[in-house]
Design a protein around this ligand. Structure first.
Ligand code: ITT
Length: 191
C-alpha cells in the first residue's frame, strides 16, 4: 500500500485522514517519523501555510508528505477568520474561545453564510501540488453537538439541518471540505 506522511499536529485531522484513506494509503504521523516540531504557520494564505508545513517535513526529514491548512470563511465578516481560524481568539488553539468570539461577532448578523476551505499541499520528490476542498453552509446561533472538533458545533453544512458536530465521522467525511480535498488527492494517486 502507498505510504505517506501527513504533516499535522492535530490528532482530529489525523483520525479523519486515516478514515478517508482506509485501505488505499497508509498515513504516517509526525510522531511516526519522530518529529515533534511546532511548525510555524507564517503565510497569509491557506495555500502558503499548507506548503510551509509540507516543505518543513520534506526538507528536514526527507519524507514525501502532504499537509492540510483549513479556514472557516464567513461571508459577512469578509472571509474572516479564514487563514487565522486557529488563532481567532488568540494564540493557543482554543476552539471554545474561537467559537465564542465568532458567535459574538455575529450576534446582530442575519447573513449566516460561511464555508470551510481546505488546501492540501502534496510534495513527492521535487513535485509540489495543491488540492482544494470546499463545503458551503451556515453559522448557527449557538453550538450544537459534541462530535468532530474546532468549529464543527457551529457549522451547518448546506442541505442538512444539523451541525458537523451532530453528524457521525463518516457522514461529515462524506461531504466535508477535507473529504473533498482528500478525494482529489486519492484521485490523483489513481487509487
Ligand atoms: P495543523 O496545522 O497541525 O494541521 P491546526 O489545528 O493548526 O493543525 P489549521 O492550521 O488548519 O490546523 O487550523 C484551522 C483551524 O480551523 C483550527 O482552529 C481548527 O480547529 C479549525 N478546523 C480545521 N478543520 C476543521 C474541521 O474539519 N472542522 C472544524 N474546525 C476545523
Amino acid at each position: 500500500m502507498k505510504k505517506i506522511v501527513f504533516a499535522t499536529n492535530n490528532s482530529h485531522k489525523l483520525e479523519e485522514l486515516r478514515k478517508l484513506t482506509e485501505g488505499k494509503i497508509e498515513i504516517l504521523s509526525l510522531k511516526d517519523i519522530n518529529c515533534d516540531d511546532d511548525i510555524p504557520e507564517t503565510a497569509d494564505t491557506l495555500e502558503g501555510n499548507a506548503l510551509i508545513k509540507a516543505r518543513w517535513v520534506k526538507n528536514r526529514y526527507g519524507y514525501d508528505c502532504f499537509a492540510d491548512d483549513t479556514g472557516l470563511e464567513v461571508e459577512v465578516l469578509n472571509g474572516a477568520p479564514g487563514v487565522y481560524s486557529a488563532r481567532y481568539a488568540g494564540d493557543g488553539h482554543d476552539s471554545h474561545a474561537n467559537m465564542k468570539l465568532l458567535l459574538s461577532n455575529m450576534t446582530d448578523k442575519d447573513n449566516r453564510k460561511a464555508r470551510f476551505r481546505t488546501v492540501v499541499a502534496l510534495i513527492e520528490g521535487d513535485d509540489e501540488r495543491l488540492f482544494e476542498g470546499i463545503v458551503n453552509g451556515l453559522i448557527t446561533y449557538e453550538p450544537k453537538g459534541t462530535s468532530g472538533f474546532g468549529y464543527d458545533p457551529i457549522f451547518q453544512p448546506e442541505g442538512h439541518d444539523v451541525t458537523f458536530a451532530e453528524m457521525n465521522a463518516e457522514d461529515k467525511n462524506s461531504i466535508s471540505h477535507r473529504g473533498r480535498a482528500v478525494a482529489k488527492l486519492i484521485d490523483y494517486f489513481s487509487l
